[in-house]
Design a protein around this ligand. Structure first.
Ligand SMILES: [Zn+2]
Length: 227
């Protein structure tokens, strides 16, 4: 805790005074985030850092494995947050971002890891499609490549799940919302986006923005950079 408390002190002592005006402006207006950013809880993934954005820019959903439970009309933090972000905040861009060395993906591929974790086991049901795609399609990959393939496939599966949410589906069909699938490599700092035309993840450059929105894809169409 010491590091965290020292950080709070530093924020109060030097960071806040320096940007006082910025924070006061933030508090005086309603938030108007530029995107809904759905990513893993992993402590090494810092959405604001990798997108060089500021407080107020990203509306976040975080959980183990950046999963988006398909819409089922039942209570779900993810469903409520997605609905609110679109209907109230007017979000126009949604990013689902997976990452390298993802413990959730490792657990998904090695069920024995979650043997004594009943909540995790149940949560992984939302990635069962990912597990099956990987099992059927990537039998010959080495373990490290398999994790990358699983993470990328999972991003696509979760984009599909995202489009089952009524607020997203309605805006997608009207062309009012764009959805993006990202893969963040922690070690290299590289961020790739799924490119629909190439059928694989491509390092983000200015031209990559032209690829969205992604259509709803069936599982057997799913492809990956490592296939
Ligand atoms: Zn993760």
């Amino acid at each position: 805790m010491e590091k965290i408390l020292a950080g709070v002190h530093k924020f109060r002592r030097s960071v806040y005074p320096r940007d006082r005006q910025f924070f006061q402006q933030l508090s005086e207006k309603d938030q108007k985030p530029k995107a809904l950013f759905i990513t893993c809880s992993d402590s090494r993934v810092d959405p604001n850092l990798i997108t060089q954005t500021e407080p107020g820019d990203l509306f976040l959903v975080r959980n183990a494995g950046n999963l988006v439970p398909p819409y089922a009309g039942i209570a779900s933090g993810e469903a409520a947050t997605i609905e609110y972000s679109i209907e109230v905040l007017g979000i126009k861009n949604i990013i689902v971002c997976g990452h390298s060395q993802c413990g959730a993906m490792r657990g998904l591929l090695n069920p024995q890891i979650a043997e004594n974790l009943p909540a995790v086991k149940m949560w992984f049901n939302h990635a069962e499609t990912t597990r099956r795609i990987v099992k059927n399609k990537y039998q010959n990959l080495a373990p490290q490549e398999l994790i990358v393939a699983a993470t990328e496939e999972n991003v696509l599966v979760q984009l599909n799940n995202l489009s089952t949410h009524p607020a997203v589906a309605a805006r997608l069909s009207a062309g009012e919302v764009r959805i993006f699938g990202w893969y963040y490599d922690i070690g290299s700092g590289c961020i790739s986006q799924f490119d629909q035309q190439q059928g694989r993840f491509v390092e983000l450059g200015a031209q990559a923005y032209a690829t969205a929105p992604l259509p709803i894809r069936t599982n057997d169409e799913t492809t990956s950079a490592v296939s």
